[in-house]
Design a protein around this ligand. Structure first.
Ligand SMILES: [Zn+2]
Length: 229
């Protein structure tokens, strides 16, 4: 019942093995449900080992989240923010790492993991209330997500709805991509013309409904089973 599988995560020249309950993996992730299906084409029958190429830190967060429902576990994860704020660093993963976790959740079919990453991104901005630590996420998101992804929408919303144009225009342009600017600018232009949508204050941003950036399709592995039946 509590069968364990070993997932070997290979990142460049380093690898790390994770021993995880197969049931949990198969429930949460459509990718692992397929990869560990003894009748599937993916893994040899009865396989209890699987190697994947991925980011070890991201997989640590995924593993922590499966056990605890939280993305970070103080003894095992090093927390940083790009601004080097130690107090905040002790509470949040760096925004870029959170985006990598989201992309992992998307690739491996784990919708609820993506939502956990969105929630922490939202909370992190709520607390620090400046976009500095989010700078490296812009290029990363535009390279690793598709049009209309929830993560892109979050990124656009946070810049267009929580910053004034004056503030936005002071961001170093080398962190932008052209697609990002093309999506954000119309919102600023519309606001300049009509005064709508109103910019969020720190307090109102705290209360905004995060579900607009969530994927509510349910546990990835469960979905896969339902689709097969
Ligand atoms: Zn939701």
């Amino acid at each position: 019942v509590n069968d364990l599988v070993t997932i070997i995560v290979q990142e460049d020249d380093t690898s790390k093995s994770f021993s995880l309950p197969k049931k949990l993996l198969v429930w949460h992730s459509s990718y692992f449900a397929a990869a560990l299906d003894p009748e599937g084409w993916f893994a040899p029958s009865g396989s209890d080992k699987l190697q994947i190429d991925d980011d070890i830190g991201v997989f640590e967060a995924f593993s922590c989240w499966m056990y605890t429902g939280r993305l970070r576990d103080p003894p095992t994860l090093k927390m940083i923010t790009d601004e080097g704020d130690e107090e905040l660093g002790a509470r949040y993963l760096a925004p870029l790492k959170l985006c990598q976790i989201w992309v992992f959740g998307d690739a491996r079919g784990v919708p609820a993991l993506k939502n956990a990453a969105i929630d922490m991104l939202h909370e992190c901005l709520t607390v620090i209330w400046h976009t500095g630590p989010f700078k490296p996420t812009i290029k990363y998101i535009y390279r690793n997500t598709t049009d209309r992804s929830h993560l892109r929408k979050f990124l656009i919303d946070m810049h267009a709805w929580t910053r004034s144009f004056e503030c936005f225009s002071k961001i170093n342009r080398t962190v932008f991509t052209i697609d990002f600017v093309m999506e954000v600018m119309p919102i600023f232009i519309q606001r300049a013309q009509t005064g709508e949508p109103k910019i969020f204050t720190q307090k109102s941003w705290t209360k905004v409904d995060r579900c607009q950036w969530h994927d509510h399709s349910g546990p990835g592995g469960k979905l896969r089973l339902e689709n097969r039946e």
